[in-house]
Write a protein that binds this ligand. Structure first.
Ligand code: SF4
Ligand code: SF4
Length: 469
């Protein structure tokens, strides 16, 4: 197939007839590739190890959906505290915007799971089995034969295996490693929902990394579309120094710039673009073209850095300003968000108490009493035993009330949750109508008092008199 010449009006990976142009980026060596590989190794290590590293008795990240608890680096959030995850998710998103303002799409090229797994895991397997870019393109063009079939089966078999491993690790973030290991040894039908989850995740990962690849970044991921709003003239991007490189031409041409028009930067690009045409939506900032061009510059004995991390201001002969209105505003917002999140996380109570009316009738009238029944839910979110002692604001109520059900106090072990029934009744003779009731729960150690306000409901005194037994 003829090599494509990228241009700004079309997407390289889509042919004119709408079919896919499958990219096989050439191998590249260099400083940035070494750093990217090291970063990928560390990130993959973190992904694998997080469910194994215990902090305060739980995996560092454990989203325990069955117990409705979220363990994040030593913090434990109950389902009631799930709103705090908003800070976590929005904080990460804002951090991404923040970094983009300084360093462009460094996230995409260096740390996004899509790039990390595709470039440093799946493509490495592909290179190992199918050879370099030229060999891979040749193999694509070759009609199916036994040798090609063997390679395809081996490659896709390993891709499927890798996808299954990644999917299982992902599941371990929700059910813990020991549980995962136990379930894996049982019949899939025992926990069919988890099995289905792994099956679908494996299929999606396989299809993405084997076939869809850079299309996810170009077509689906919304982040690339935000970038023009996040970047400015002082953002450091992977950029071609047009002042030095233009016009491109042969090495011996005295009129030509430093670019020798070798197309090496296009051959190594995983999205098939020509960085010499400027910053583009498809550029994931992977820096492969920097290494590729540096290699060429070494060969033609010209200074490195024709493609480099540089801002537009720098390319135009000025200096990159790190401190500017946009970055000051972003920093202020980041600090504000971090402050609010820090306050919210540290003010999470170690216990939760909720009191709700029992399902059914809101009140019951017996021969002697008007009665309300509540369900009191106690949750110990601390890493130690907690004792919950329940009382009411009976001294503020102008007539005597009687309580039963919850037996004064209860001790719950760490992360234990208990539902108890609490009954409040007023004798018919003393009853004067509905009144606000406070359920006061003292939690020890720590002396925390939690107040739940409920309403004691009943008929009006007149109605009650008419219903005299
Ligand atoms: S690799 Fe460098 S010299 Fe070759 S085309 Fe790209 S920018 Fe020009
Ligand atoms: S243009 Fe360069 S930095 Fe951008 S995706 Fe292509 S190789 Fe990576």
């Amino acid at each position: 197939m003829k090599p494509k010449t990228p241009n700004l009006d079309t997407v390289t990976t889509i042919n004119e007839d709408g079919s896919r142009f499958f990219i096989h980026p050439a191998d590249v060596k260099g400083k940035w590739m070494r750093w990217r590989r090291l970063t990928a190794l560390v990130l993959i290590g973190i992904y694998i190890l997080l469910p194994w590293i215990p902090i305060n008795g739980y995996p560092a990240v454990f989203l325990d959906v069955m117990e409705r608890r979220f363990h994040l680096f030593g913090f434990t959030l109950a389902a009631q505290d799930a709103w705090l995850l908003f800070f976590f998710v929005s904080g990460l998103a804002f951090l991404l915007f923040y970094v983009t303002a300084f360093l462009g799409r460094v996230w995409c090229g260096w740390a996004c799971p899509q790039t990390v797994f595709l470039e440093h895991v799946y493509r490495r397997v592909e290179r190992w089995i199918d050879g370099d870019a030229t060999a891979r393109k040749r193999l694509d063009r070759t009609p199916m034969n036994p040798a090609k079939m063997r390679k395809r089966i081996l490659k896709h078999g390993i891709f499927l295996l890798l996808s299954a491993v990644i999917a299982h690790i992902f599941l371990s973030y929700f059910i813990s490693i020991p549980q995962l290991w136990e379930w894996m040894r049982l019949s899939p039908l025992e926990h069919w929902q988890a099995f289905l989850f792994v099956l679908i995740s494996t299929a999606l990962l396989y299809l993405n990394f084997a076939f869809f690849r850079e299309q996810l970044c170009i077509i689906i991921c919304p982040y690339g579309r935000f970038q023009s709003a996040l970047l400015d003239d002082h953002t450091k991007n992977v950029a071609y120094d047009y002042t030095r490189g233009e016009p491109p031409g042969p090495v011996k041409d005295p009129e030509a710039g430093d670019c020798i028009d070798c197309h090496r930067c296009i051959q190594v690009c995983p999205t098939g673009i020509d960085i010499r045409q400027g910053i583009q939506l498809e550029c994931i900032g992977c820096a492969a073209c920097i290494d590729a061009c540096d290699e060429i510059m070494d060969k033609v004995k010209r200074p490195r850095g024709l493609i480099r991390y540089a801002s537009d201001a720098e390319l135009e002969g000025g200096r990159t300003r790190w401190i500017r209105p946009r970055t000051i505003l972003y920093t202020a917002l980041l600090l504000l968000g971090a402050g609010v999140a820090g306050f919210a996380f540290t003010s999470v109570e170690k216990a939760t108490v909720t009191a709700t009316r029992m399902p059914g009738s809101p009140f019951y009238v017996t021969e002697d009493y008007v009665r309300n029944q509540y369900q009191v839910r106690l949750i110990n979110k601390a890493g130690e035993d907690l004792t919950f002692t329940l009382a009411t604001n009976r001294e503020e109520i102008p007539f005597p009330i009687e309580t039963s059900g919850f037996a004064g106090s209860a001790t719950l072990s760490p992360m234990e949750e208990r539902n108890t029934t609490f009954v409040v009744q007023v004798s018919r003779d003393a009853y004067e109508g509905a009144f606000p009731l406070k359920i006061l729960v003292e939690v020890e150690p720590g002396g925390v008092e939690i107040v739940e306000e409920v309403e004691f409901l009943g008929p009006t005194p007149e109605m009650l008199r008419r219903q005299q037994p």
